[in-house]
Design a protein around this ligand. Structure first.
Ligand SMILES: [Zn+2]
Ligand SMILES: [Zn+2]
Length: 307
């Protein structure tokens, strides 16, 4: 099959593109997303990239750096033997080679325990892990106005469906390609919002970013992996499913954002569990992270595990 743009052989299908044109397409799609949502307004602005050493965040660091954005990397070491230690080693080399500033913060040092230790008490470990990850990213990105994550179209389609399946209406209303600009909080942006995981893998492979494609050993136990497999099956049968989920979501989102107060009041009547998550964003009294009550989930958990 030929490339849609030239006579070369296509190395990617739908769209059919040769190596050169695929790379162009991938980078342009990222830039278009940044422009569409006004994620980064000028290239001097210092952007913190949440980097794990996996393909998504390394590809994101690479594209932003290549396109002249002012990036620094922040990595979290959860303490997963045979998995994170390897990807962080790669990240360190990568950042050194491209002269990107890198900070690494570990659960062991900041929380007191690694996720390998915590997984014995909390299973699946993903919820606890996600809470601490957000917490540490938050704590250590305060000096930046924006933090970029490698979330891709697959991740976002999964998140939409997960919130629907769990009836988490207000979390549903709050997700999306970027968070609001609220004083005192670092804004979160997702430049890969419309990019498929498969596209990231192809891009990383073509550019010789020798990344381990291995999955976190704890991931197969999570609700997300169930939703992921299900959406992947759908996408195989009906191409465009992932994009449909996300575009449909974005159409609803505008109205939901205007009515977020109303949605939250209504949801309060239905679910006590989600109630905490629905309060307007405040600052945790312990750590200053975004929080709905007095003390954030991470700080409560920290106390619990160190008790
Ligand atoms: Zn071509
Ligand atoms: Zn806190």
């Amino acid at each position: 099959m030929n490339c849609d743009k030239c006579k070369e052989n296509a190395i990617y299908q739908d769209p059919n593109l040769c190596k050169k044109h695929f790379i162009e397409y991938f980078e342009q799609k990222t830039i278009n997303t940044i422009k569409k949502f006004g994620m980064i307004k000028n290239k001097q602005e210092k952007i913190c990239v949440a980097a794990s050493g996996g393909k998504d965040s390394v590809a994101l660091l690479f594209v932003l750096h290549k396109k002249g954005f002012n990036v620094e990397a922040l990595a979290i070491d959860e303490g997963i033997k045979g998995y994170r230690d390897r990807s962080l080693e790669f990240l360190q080399e990568f950042c050194k080679k491209h002269k990107i500033n890198l900070k690494i913060k570990s659960y062991k040092k900041e929380i007191g325990k690694t996720i390998d230790q915590l997984s014995k008490k909390y299973s699946p470990a993903c919820n606890v892990c996600g809470t601490f990850r957000r917490y540490l990213l938050d704590q250590h990105s305060k000096e930046y106005k924006k933090i970029a994550t490698g979330h891709n179209l697959d991740d976002e389609a999964q998140a939409v469906m997960m919130n629907i399946l769990k009836a988490q209406t207000s979390l549903f209303a709050r997700q999306g390609p970027m968070t609001k600009d609220i004083d005192g909080f670092t804004q979160k942006i997702k430049p890969f919002y419309f990019i498929k995981e498969k596209e990231i893998m192809t891009y990383a492979f073509l550019l010789g970013l020798n990344i381990d494609f291995e999955e976190c050993p704890y991931a197969p136990l999570s609700f997300r992996s169930y939703v992921r497999d299900w959406i992947n099956k759908e996408e195989k049968e009906n191409q465009g499913t992932k994009l449909n989920i996300v575009t449909h979501y974005l159409k609803l989102r505008e109205d939901m954002q205007d009515n977020i107060q109303k949605i939250e009041t209504k949801e309060n009547k239905f679910s006590k569990v989600v109630k905490d998550a629905l309060q307007p964003i405040k600052k945790c009294h312990e750590c200053g992270s975004p929080c709905s009550g007095l003390i954030c989930k991470a700080c409560k958990l920290k106390e619990e595990i160190n008790a």
